[in-house]
Design a protein around this ligand. Structure first.
Ligand SMILES: Cc1cc2nc3c(=O)[nH]c(=O)nc-3n(C[C@H](O)[C@H](O)[C@H](O)COP(=O)(O)OP(=O)(O)OC[C@H]3O[C@@H](n4cnc5c(N)ncnc54)[C@H](O)[C@@H]3O)c2cc1C
Length: 436
């Protein structure tokens, strides 16, 4: 089916890199992006500074595509914010790929043409049908292959300790945020200043939130922060400091540790939330073992993400039952095994699915594992694009060497690991907790 396009879902860093690799191989490609602009998910954390340098955030094929446009590569050793990643790289890249990128196009379904997932016949010969929702109505696009780079930003993990929303969590949505507060925004600053705030999570995002909220507490001493950890001890949560081969991550852990030591942050370990009750205008969080936290005004939940598999229900996937990542990839990224955040370059061999021509890549390919790096995604799509083009030698090659973090848990991961080892049996340490 060489005349049909490859559909890439998502114009984030990995989807756009996939398109650059496919375009470099002269394959027709359509990128479908639900948002109004490139990097729509990254733009939701515009204010967060990445722990990777620019040298680790630009895909090589994308750089080659951008070079003739007059694009200037940012200084390799500097750390952009999310906003800078979008402005200085993703948006120019989408422009260079035009007219292949369509915005306001949400993919709501994927199937083999005319066949639901039960039908065996034609799975190797029929093309794929992509169901798309736009402002002007629904449409279908016939595709030779689909590269799902839709990320996980839209499906954050809930506060509930068992992975389901806590009782009362949806009803308290006006007081619960699932992103790092942007305190450069006056409205958000006002929302959190002089408030008591519970921050749940133990990864890079949670540490970033602790640091910015502690800075706010310096300015407004009435601001109080309760840091909720599911694990039974802080342990390695602050990461490896100087030992981290991604120095910005190590430094963040050190800043969060300093914020805690300065008395702005009260740590509550072994707390797995079961319910959220409204008391007057405040929220009271209760743990699965019946401990109740002092009332808080705001809750910030930074406990990681999960993939949205709902629109993939009519195709055949082989996902790891724990991580919801492609089965071949899961052993390489399982946080229960690779607690030090070590990641391995991999490609189409690990990503291929029983459904011919369908590939999960980027952040979504990691399922619930919290160690994804953009560099890993760029290597994935280089390999996948080569496989789609029939260049099996290039698809099998590994062209990337990734940094090892040398850090176990915490700041070595940008969000909370699926498992919080050590937390199963410990009681909360906070004396202000009351028993329900
Ligand atoms: C706060 C934070 C900091 C991070 N810092 C780093 C770092 O320093 N270094 C690093 O290497 N990695 C970092 N990461 C991890 C990772 O590199 C980024 O999350 C990156 O944005 C993942 O790229 P992606 O293209 O896979 O997904 P995304 O960036 O999430 O892009 C997915 C795109 O798909 C679109 N989309 C979603 N669903 C649909 C649909 N159904 N139809 C059409 N479009 C859809 C979204 O709107 C979005 O634009 C960080 C992540 C977070 C959250």
């Amino acid at each position: 089916m060489p005349e049909l396009p490859v559909v890439v879902v998502g114009a984030g860093p990995v989807g756009l890199a996939a398109a650059a690799h496919l375009a470099a191989r002269d394959l027709p490609v359509v990128v479908l992006e639900a948002g109004a602009d490139a990097g729509a998910a990254v733009a939701r954390w515009n204010h967060v500074r990445l722990f990777s340098t620019w040298s680790e955030l630009v895909d090589p094929a994308a750089a080659r595509l951008l070079a003739p446009t007059g694009w200037r590569q940012p200084a390799a050793d500097s750390y952009p914010t999310g906003a800078e990643w979008v402005d200085r790289y993703l948006r120019p890249l989408a422009a260079a790929l035009a007219p292949r990128v369509r915005f306001g196009a949400r993919v709501v379904g994927l199937a083999r043409r005319g066949r639901d997932r039960v039908v065996d016949g034609g799975r190797d010969t029929e093309p794929l049908t992509v169901h798309v929702r736009t402002a002007s109505g629904d449409e279908r696009i016939t595709a030779r292959a689909v590269v799902d780079a839709s990320g996980t930003w839209g499906t954050p993990n809930p506060l509930g300790g068992d992975g389901l929303p806590a009782i009362g969590e949806p009803e308290a949505a006006d007081r619960i945020a699932y992103r790092v507060p942007d305190l450069a925004d006056p409205a958000e600053r006002e929302r959190y200043a002089r408030q008591r705030i519970a921050v749940a999570g133990s990864g890079h995002s949670a540490l970033t939130a602790l640091v910015v909220l502690a800075e706010l507490a310096e300015e407004h001493p009435d601001t109080r922060i309760d840091w909720l950890l599911r694990r039974g001890a802080v342990g390695t949560t602050f990461g490896g400091g100087d030992a981290d081969q991604l120095p910005a991550r190590g430094a963040l852990g050190q800043r969060a540790m300093a914020a805690a030591a300065a008395g702005h942050v009260r740590t509550v370990t072994g707390f797995r939330t079961a319910r959220v009750d409204r008391e007057d205008s405040r929220l009271v969080l209760e743990s699965v073992d019946g401990h109740r936290l002092d009332p808080v005004d705001e809750v910030v939940v930074l406990t990681g993400f999960r993939p949205d598999l709902a629109w993939l229900s009519e195709i055949r996937l082989d996902l790891d039952p724990v991580l919801q990542a492609p089965r071949g990839l899961a052993p390489l990224i399982d946080p229960n095994v690779h607690s030090c955040g070590t990641v391995y370059p991999h490609g189409v061999a690990e990503l291929a699915q029983p459904e011919p021509g369908v590939y999960l890549v980027g952040m979504k390919s990691y399922g619930r594992a919290p160690t994804f790096l953009a560099l890993t995604g760029y290597e994935q799509v280089r390999s996948v694009a080569a496989a789609i083009a029939g260049d099996h030698e290039a698809a099998a090659r590994v062209e990337l060497v990734l940094p090892e973090t040398g850090v176990c848990g915490g700041a070595g991961l940008f969000d909370e690991p699926a498992d919080d080892a050590g937390g199963c049996c410990a009681a909360p340490v906070d004396s202000a907790l009351t028993r329900a």
